[in-house]
Design a protein around this ligand. Structure first.
Ligand code: EPU
Length: 420
């Protein structure tokens, strides 16, 4: 298994480039199943989850080949409607083929996603939305089996106890694009990745009003066509790189990063004392350590993103005072806390609230990544720590960060991929 060996306390400086967004790419690749024509998706990051989605499309009969930064989903029709357990169990976003297969082929069988390291992740909203469109859904032998003899538009309220859902909004919207009549989704997710998926569907010929708002009105069309579409930059990757620079006392420019997608994250960096400047070219952060403590609450967009909770906590671990972090989206998304504490942090958990008492420095240690963002946060902590750290199980990190070690190394980090 691969691990990162990281020699800490090297100041990050220079320029790097934002990758295309993972969480926009995955549902957009799934949406290609809505047409038999070729789609060219530009700026798709080359990372493990995207390769898993390419394999899944291949299993469904639609070859999805990489050509540099683009993925070409070849013309053709689906030859299977089943997303098998071994793929879904490695990537929950496989659930986003459910809506497109159901709408286009009239049937979908997707392995029911199990628990995961960041807590309970139900799919009730996906199923509720698709049932409202007329799907018959059966959960059998660990699979979600959805069937329809023609979907029909409906009014659907799509929020759960923790607010709106990104992939449920995508799934219902993709199915509604080919349903007969008008669908109104209330409490639609507002994340930039959902807006990107809407824009992609519109580029395929879908009729959607209210893009970027919490009410999406979708008038079904009888067919969608192929198109060429460019994915937005990855706001979470950009935020992670900025957090790494902040933690090491560095100064970096992330070319292509979009400040309009990172509002509250950039404001949080500023409140922590960092200097942040942005323009149409990208975002620059100059670190001023020690960071000031912050109170952070994760919320659906435009609130503070849960995916930035762990990376931001790496900065707060060494802040000059006590920070309070409240996780509202995935109340159990704190597996990194025990690992941070092994590096000398002082973090106490009280259910979904973390009290982060800043320490003078972190110490390098062997630690283990438990999920994608927690893993990235451990890398950031290791970059700031005194001495050498070994971050194990980095296959989690490879799921969502393209060439992370190369990017960090080019900014001055001492980081090496080793095979244990
Ligand atoms: N929820 C329900 N019922 C559902 C679906 C979701 O109650 O049917 C709840 C969840 O338990 C959670 C909240 O709704 O409390 C929001 O979850 P959401 O459905 O929005 O999450 P997701 O769509 O499964 C995407 C990202 C995640 C990111 C979340 C929240 C992708 C592929 N994944 O997941 O990204 O954390 O939105 O923003 O887009 C990551 O990239 O590391 C990652 C986990």
């Amino acid at each position: 298994m691969d691990a990162f060996s990281i020699e800490g306390q090297k100041i990050l400086r220079g320029e790097t480039e934002a990758a295309g967004s993972k969480n926009a790419s995955l549902p957009i690749l799934a949406a290609c199943l809505l047409t038999e024509e070729e789609c060219v998706i530009e700026n798709v990051p080359d990372l493990r989850d995207v390769r898993t989605m390419q394999r899944l499309l291949g299993i469904l009969g639609r070859a999805a080949e990489r050509d540099g930064r683009n993925i070409i989903v070849r013309a053709g029709s689906a030859t299977s409607v089943e997303a098998p357990y071994d793929l879904v169990s490695t990537m929950r976003a496989s659930i986003s083929v459910l809506g497109p297969l159901l709408a286009k082929e009239g049937e979908a069988k997707v392995s029911f996603p199990g628990g995961c390291a960041i807590g309970d992740r139900p799919i009730d909203l996906h199923l509720k939305g698709l049932e409202a469109l007329g799907a018959e859904i059966e959960i059998t032998h660990g699979y979600v089996h959805a069937r329809s003899r023609g979907l029909a538009g409906a009014n659907i309220y799509l929020a759960g106890p923790n607010g709106s859902s990104v992939l449920a909004t995508d799934n219902v919207m993709m199915a509604a694009a080919l349903a007969e009549g008008v669908t109104v989704i209330q409490a639609a997710a507002l994340e930039p990745e959902v807006v990107d998926a809407c824009n992609f569907l519109v580029a395929m010929g879908a009729r959607i009003e209210g893009v970027g708002t919490s009410t999406l009105t979708i008038t079904g069309v009888s067919r969608l066509h192929g198109c060429r579409y460019r994915i937005i930059p990855d706001r979470i990757e950009s935020g992670t790189l900025l957090a790494a620079a902040a933690c090491t006392g560095g100064e970096i420019f992330v070319r292509g990063a979009r400040a309009d997608h990172l509002g509250i994250v950039l404001e949080s960096f500023q409140k922590a004392g960092m200097q942040v400047q942005s323009d149409a070219e990208g975002i620059r952060l100059a670190s001023r350590l020690p960071a000031k403590p912050l109170d952070i609450e994760t919320l659906p967009y435009p609130g503070f993103p849960t995916d930035m909770q762990a990376p931001m906590m790496a900065l707060l671990a060494c802040a000059d005072g006590t920070s309070i972090v409240t996780e509202h989206i995935y109340p159990e998304r704190y597996i990194h806390v025990a690992e941070f504490n092994r590096m000398g942090a002082d973090i106490k958990l009280d259910e979904h609230i973390a009290r982060v008492r800043g320490v003078k420095k972190l110490e390098g240690a062997p630690v283990m990544a438990s999920d994608l963002r927690a893993g990235a946060a451990l890398v950031i902590a290791a970059l700031a720590a005194e001495g050498t750290s070994l971050v194990r199980r980095i296959y989690h990190i490879d799921r969502g960060y393209a060439r992370l070690e190369e990017k960090l190394e080019s900014l001055g980090a001492r980081i090496m991929r080793v095979t244990e």
